[in-house]
Design a protein around this ligand. Structure first.
Ligand code: SF4
Length: 247
């Protein structure tokens, strides 16, 4: 059972929610003028982005599928840079699912504190580790159905693990993929699961994981939530939300 956030975390959560509303309001105005692009244009956009970021890859540091799974859970509402600062110490102290399952919860909280929402995240990663031990012999399962039964693991987290570790294609519909999919005209939906279905309809299955990480890289490096850098964007002549070219 995930722990309830404490007052400090609640204040942080409210602040983030207010920020998200502000960003969403700006995004809505942008999205309101955006129309769906054709499959041909969508492919052309991602061809350009794939050539722009040929080395796009998961930016979390990990040494095993277990470590990646825990790192992805910790990355919710947090940057990969911050996660990469805490996980070396976390995994040195608790390198396996069994060690993390048996760890003092207070110590886990202290280590992962910089990632935010640490009470909830600590409870989730320990519950996840305990489930791995009791249900999978301490190993990480390799199917979406099994992964999403683990505490703290949704489709997004599961698809990262499946794509990065097992090379099983899947969409990682995180905040960047949600935002850019709307701006680029790949979807008109707001629900992550519906966005995932729209993306699955447009792009070939074997490319899903690669395209996810490419979109995430573009969101982190150019198409920012608040002030997308359309002037410097390599797809500004194809993007229906571009402020550079009038559509
Ligand atoms: S043109 Fe602007 S809105 Fe479109 S993808 Fe590029 S940065 Fe984002």
């Amino acid at each position: 059972m995930p722990a309830k956030p404490k007052s400090g975390e609640l204040a942080q959560a409210r602040s983030k929610t207010a920020q998200a509303r502000t960003a969403k309001a700006g995004g809505s105005k942008r999205a309101a003028a955006v129309k769906r692009v054709s499959k041909g244009t969508a492919s052309a956009i991602l061809d350009i982005l794939c050539r722009t970021y040929p080395d796009a890859d998961c930016e979390l540091t990990f040494a095993s599928d277990f470590q990646l799974l825990i790192a992805v859970i910790l990355s919710a509402q947090c940057t990969d840079v911050t996660v990469n600062k805490v996980t070396p110490y976390l995994f040195k102290r608790f390198p396996t699912a069994k060690k993390l399952a048996e760890a003092p919860l207070a110590e886990i909280k202290e280590i992962i504190k910089p990632t935010g929402f640490f009470n909830t995240k600590a409870a989730n990663i320990q519950a996840c580790a305990q489930a791995l031990v009791t249900e999978f012999g301490g190993t990480v399962p390799a199917t979406l159905a099994e992964l999403t039964k683990l505490p703290g693991v949704g489709r997004k987290t599961a698809n990262v693990v499946l794509g990065v570790v097992h090379k099983i294609p899947g969409w990682t519909v995180d905040t960047h993929v949600q935002r850019l999919s709307k701006r680029l005209g790949f979807t008109e939906n707001a629900c992550p699961h519906k966005i995932e279905q729209d993306l699955e309809d447009i792009f070939p299955q074997q490319d899903w994981s690669k395209l996810s990480i490419t979109i995430i890289w573009h969101g982190r490096r150019c198409c920012y939530a608040r002030r997308p850098n359309c002037a410097a964007c390599p797809v500004n002549q194809l993007c229906p939300a571009s402020t550079v070219k009038a559509f």
